[in-house]
Write a new protein. Structure first.
Lengths: 461, 176
């Protein structure tokens, strides 16, 4: 039913209910809910609490007896970790000293013989925040730093949380930043690049390194850089399966969600987004209100969405696409600003109940990371491409981007904790069953990356 | 233990967390249900009463709502339809001509008068429509539902809903 039906006269006849009536009715409903729920919930809460306490006691006893599986290699014996922290007992961690490395307590683990000397010629490592461990520190607990985009940093932080809590490794220094800044930190660029005095051993990126960036690395003495693909960060707009998969273009989505859009009458000027129904954007779309539920705009998912889908829709307007190289900051502001007039509704705090929300609102969609999408929802196709695994791997789904790690291979050769972290993080990311919020690479690509993480070859651009 | 008491922890959690969302559900759906009854009855009186009755019934039985059987909107509008049908049966109200002249309370006096007058005119025109078509108009333009949901509520196919509505709107426009 499009506008050709000319039914505006009917829409105009709607009327808002009296606010006093709405408030009074809501108060009545709240009272009713409390009365009905009170007695029953007290009983069930008691039962659930008892079950939880009992279950927790059993779980704690089991864990204390058997040990805890953790991502840093098989089973980490809690008792061993406790012994280690208290200075006694044999170490049974997977973070074994590398061949040829000093393992005597008190030795400086990150002594970087040849590699450090060549790096130091450009920018002395010990001046940065990721210098060697303090004398007397536990040998395998080397420190290192990771800088990069949120998709890498948040996943990496989650990945190390448990071993750090168990005292199995020292918490790496994480810096969430842009890809360009992460590259600058990896390549020891100081000052104007925004990296200031900080350097990084690993850069997490949402694009490939540029040849110019690699040249800077070489010039600054970071002569061995390894590139590893981690996986795909994929965002979708999803709707309840009750109402079917929407078919949208990136341009439709941009026009539906951008804070400012080109004026249809003067495409060179931007106006505040006037669109509230989909078929006002494109007459072939349904006459449904634009309603998108999603996580906070500061979330990783929203950031990935702005960077992928919104930008793809934005560059379909030649006037805006033209400023991308001329004025990247302005381009980013125009293309990535999401409207705040209520069309995009932040429901981050009830993500667990997204399905119920979408069942309730037939025309509404949710912005989600593909890995978080419940099976009761169906993802929209964008530009005619559904977010299938094949489409993502073929790089044809617009809401997907490949995430990379760039590793200072010289540092990795000298810092076992760093190489151990990279190897295990990469192995986990490549595992289709991992908890990371990433879509894994194809099988043949996974094998290539596993080989790369073992051999740390120099990047070829 | 009755089946009602055999609620699992998981369901309990669902119900509890869902309580948070009922506020949003209410805020979103109350104006729609309200307007559904306005369009369905063709007048303002008793609309608040029927809206309240619908929500009270839904709130009372929301623990029994099963989303594996129906989307929430489908379920809520089914309740509204039943409430409306019971009301009309009891009152034998079919041609609410006098009440249709009532004026809405929103907007400026001029706008209200104009809208009220238009609404009265619509009520007159709708009164001549078959029951099913009045229901479709109320679900579409009162409740602002899409054709897919209306099809689920009425048992018609989605395309049939679109066709009927198209014809009805044309008819109303011609007589407007």
């Amino acid at each position: 039913m499009g506008n050709d039906m000319n039914d505006d006269f009917l829409h105009r006849l709607r009327s808002e209910p009296n606010p006093k009536f709405l408030t009074a009715l809501k108060a009545r409903l709240d009272r009713q809910a409390i009365d009905h729920g009170k007695a029953r919930r007290t009983l069930f809460r008691t039962a659930i609490l008892a079950a939880l306490i009992g279950g927790s006691a059993v779980a704690v006893a089991f864990v204390a007896w058997r040990g805890v599986p953790h991502p840093f290699g098989g089973i980490a014996q809690v008792r061993d970790a406790q012994d280690k922290r208290s200075g006694g007992g044999a170490q049974k961690m997977s973070l074994a000293p590398a061949p040829g490395r000093a393992s005597t307590p008190g030795a400086t683990p990150d002594a970087m013989p040849a590699a450090a000397a060549s790096e130091g010629a450009a920018t002395p490592r010990d001046a940065g925040p990721v210098g060697p461990s303090a004398p007397g520190s536990d040998a395998p607990h080397s420190v290192f730093s990771v800088a990069g985009v949120g998709g890498i940093i948040v996943n990496a932080q989650n990945f190390v949380r448990r071993p750090v809590e168990l005292g199995l490794m020292t918490k790496p220094q994480f810096t969430q930043t842009t890809t360009a800044q992460a590259m600058a930190m990896l390549c020891h660029v100081r000052g104007s690049a925004g990296a200031d005095s900080a350097t990084a051993d690993v850069a997490g990126a949402d694009r490939r390194m540029m040849a110019s960036e690699l040249a800077v690395c070489m010039r600054n003495g970071v002569s061995r850089v390894t590139e590893l693909r981690v996986g795909y960060e994929v965002v979708v707009l999803a709707r309840s399966k009750l109402y079917g998969a929407p078919k949208l273009s990136a341009r439709d989505i941009f026009l539906g969600l951008a804070a400012y859009v080109p004026d249809p009458n003067q495409p060179q000027s931007l106006i505040k987004n006037p669109y509230h129904v989909w078929n006002a954007i494109d007459s072939t779309l349904s006459e449904e209100q634009i309603e998108i539920f999603g996580p906070p705009l500061s979330s990783l998912t929203a950031a990935a969405f702005r960077r992928t889908v919104m930008e793809a829709g934005c560059v379909t307007f030649p006037g805006i696409a033209a400023i991308k190289s001329r004025d990247p900051e302005r381009f980013e502001k125009v293309c990535q600003a999401i409207r705040t007039d209520g069309v995009y509704r932040d429901l981050g705090y009830v993500v667990g109940n997204m399905v119920e929300h979408l069942d309730t609102y037939p025309n509404a969609m949710a912005l989600l990371n593909l890995r978080e999408m419940p099976t009761a929802l169906v993802a929209a196709s964008v530009d005619g491409v559904e977010p299938t695994w094949e489409a993502i791997a073929a790089d044809s789904y617009v809401g997907s981007r490949t995430l990379y790690l760039y590793l200072n291979a010289q540092r990795a050769a000298a810092n076992h904790a760093l190489s151990d972290f990279v190897m295990k993080f990469e192995r986990t990311a490549l595992d289709p069953g991992s908890d990371l919020q990433l879509v894994p690479l194809a099988e043949d690509q996974r094998q290539i990356e596993m080989r790369n993480v073992m051999t740390l070859p120099d990047v070829k651009l | 233990m009755t089946p009602e008491h055999a609620v699992s922890g998981r369901l309990m959690e669902f119900m509890e967390t869902n309580e948070l969302n009922w506020d949003a559900v209410y805020a979103h759906q109350a104006p729609r249900i309200y307007n559904y009854f306005r369009f369905r009855l063709g007048r303002e009186s008793d609309v608040e009463e029927l809206t309240a009755r619908t929500f009270e019934q839904a709130w009372r039985s929301r623990a029994r709502y099963r989303r594996d059987l129906a989307g929430f909107s489908t379920w809520l509008y089914k309740i509204a339809q039943n409430v409306g049908t019971d009301y009309l049966r009891a009152r034998h109200v079919h041609l609410p001509l006098d009440a249709a002249l009532e004026v809405s309370a929103e907007g400026s006096p001029y706008q209200d008068a104009e809208r009220g007058s238009d609404f009265a005119r619509l009520a007159l025109l709708c009164a001549a429509l078959p029951e099913r078509e009045r229901e479709l108009v109320a679900l579409k333009y009162g409740a602002m539902n899409n054709n897919r949901l209306i099809a689920q509520l009425t048992g018609l196919s989605e395309s049939n809903v679109g066709t009927i509505l198209h014809r009805v709107v044309q008819t109303l426009r011609e007589r407007w």
